[in-house]
Design a binder for this molecule. Structure first.
Ligand SMILES: Nc1ncnc2c1ncn2[C@@H]1O[C@H](COP(=O)(O)OP(=O)(O)OP(=O)(O)O)[C@@H](O)[C@H]1O
Length: 300
């Protein structure tokens, strides 16, 4: 079992109109975890509590196994990088190069060559003040600056917001490269289904401030399927994870299950096979999950 990079125990944050939590959460080291949920569900609040720009009202957060309820020590901060949804006000009047120099002064692990390489790959203008850059250019600067210290924990709040498709692909490639080069952990909030598909090892679903669970992405996609078999409702009634079913004709019935792998085992031991299966799209899966259908193998 991998060590946990961040843990939340009974964490609550009260906002004007809603409460986020209580949240129990353990993020394993060395994986990419996607935070997913509708607008206003609490994803940014969660990320901000992880970098301590927002403090919980109740509960405890631990970083690399230690609690720091008053202030994150500089040694811990240096191991983390954050691309926030709202970009920092202090750096508005700096050029990309000035902001990079500022950050390099306190990240002693800052890799200037890597930063330069990313900036030219992303084609970001370096002498322009950050507030004068386009939204996408600033985003690209933020991503390059977050990657430059090769952090052990990288937090990204909707990182691809504003990126063109070319830059988006570069970002995905760079995040994969980072994962290969060091033992890092990435937590990102996203609404982009393809981003989850291409990057995430685990998916955390958050809805109305409540964490609905954390599950392996591959197990989600392998298990949530629409299936067709020869038979009728009496067979389907005996199968696990059934969400819905439909008699297609006199001999064929289709159904949606959250436990396709188990269904396949059961059918095989009864000498039956699928006529056909279709993996649900990730957004269909998330919708059904929000509607209360729980994935198999979920960590709560
Ligand atoms: N600084 C704040 N003060 C008061 N309420 C806030 C503040 N920031 C967020 N909220 C409220 O907390 C709730 C969660 O917001 P949060 O930004 O965490 O959601 P989100 O899941 O990141 O949303 P989105 O997908 O739209 O970015 C929302 O109802 C929001 O209005």
């Amino acid at each position: 079992m991998e060590p946990h990079v961040i843990e939340f125990r009974n964490v609550m944050k009260r906002r004007r109109t809603k409460t986020i939590g209580p949240i129990q959460l353990s993020i394993p080291q060395g994986y990419i975890v996607a935070l997913v949920g509708p607008n206003g569900s609490g994803k940014s609040t969660l990320l901000n509590m992880m970098i301590q720009t927002v403090f919980p009202d109740e509960g405890e957060v631990t970083w690399f196994g230690e609690s720091h309820s008053k202030e994150l020590p500089i040694e811990v901060r240096k191991q983390m990088a954050f691309v926030p949804e709202q970009l920092s006000v202090e750096e508005q009047h700096m050029t990309a190069d000035q902001a990079a120099t500022f950050r390099a002064s306190w990240y002693d692990n800052w890799d200037g060559y890597f930063f330069d390489e990313l900036m030219s790959r992303f084609d970001v203008p370096r002498g322009v003040k950050l507030r004068k850059m386009s939204k996408g250019e600033r985003r690209k600067f933020e991503i390059a600056a977050a990657l430059a210290p090769r952090p052990k924990l990288l937090l990204l709040d909707e990182p691809s917001s504003g990126l063109d498709p070319f830059a988006w692909k570069q970002m995905i490639d760079q995040l994969h490269k980072l994962m290969k080069s060091i033992d890092t952990t990435i937590i990102l909030s996203t609404h982009v289904v393809d981003e989850i598909r291409r990057l995430a090892d685990y998916v955390i679903l958050i809805h109305h401030g409540k964490l609905l669970g954390m599950v392996e992405k591959d197990s989600l996609l392998d298990n949530w399927k629409e299936c067709w078999i020869q038979g009728d409702a009496s067979i389907v009634r005996e199968l696990p994870g059934i969400i819905s079913s439909r008699q297609e004709n006199a001999t064929t019935i289709s159904f949606v299950t959250t436990e396709c792998l188990e269904v396949e085992n059961i059918l095989r031991s009864a000498g039956m096979t699928f006529i056909q299966t279709r993996s649900l799209e990730l957004d269909e899966v998330l919708r059904l999950w929000i509607d209360g259908h729980q994935p198999a193998g979920m960590q709560k």
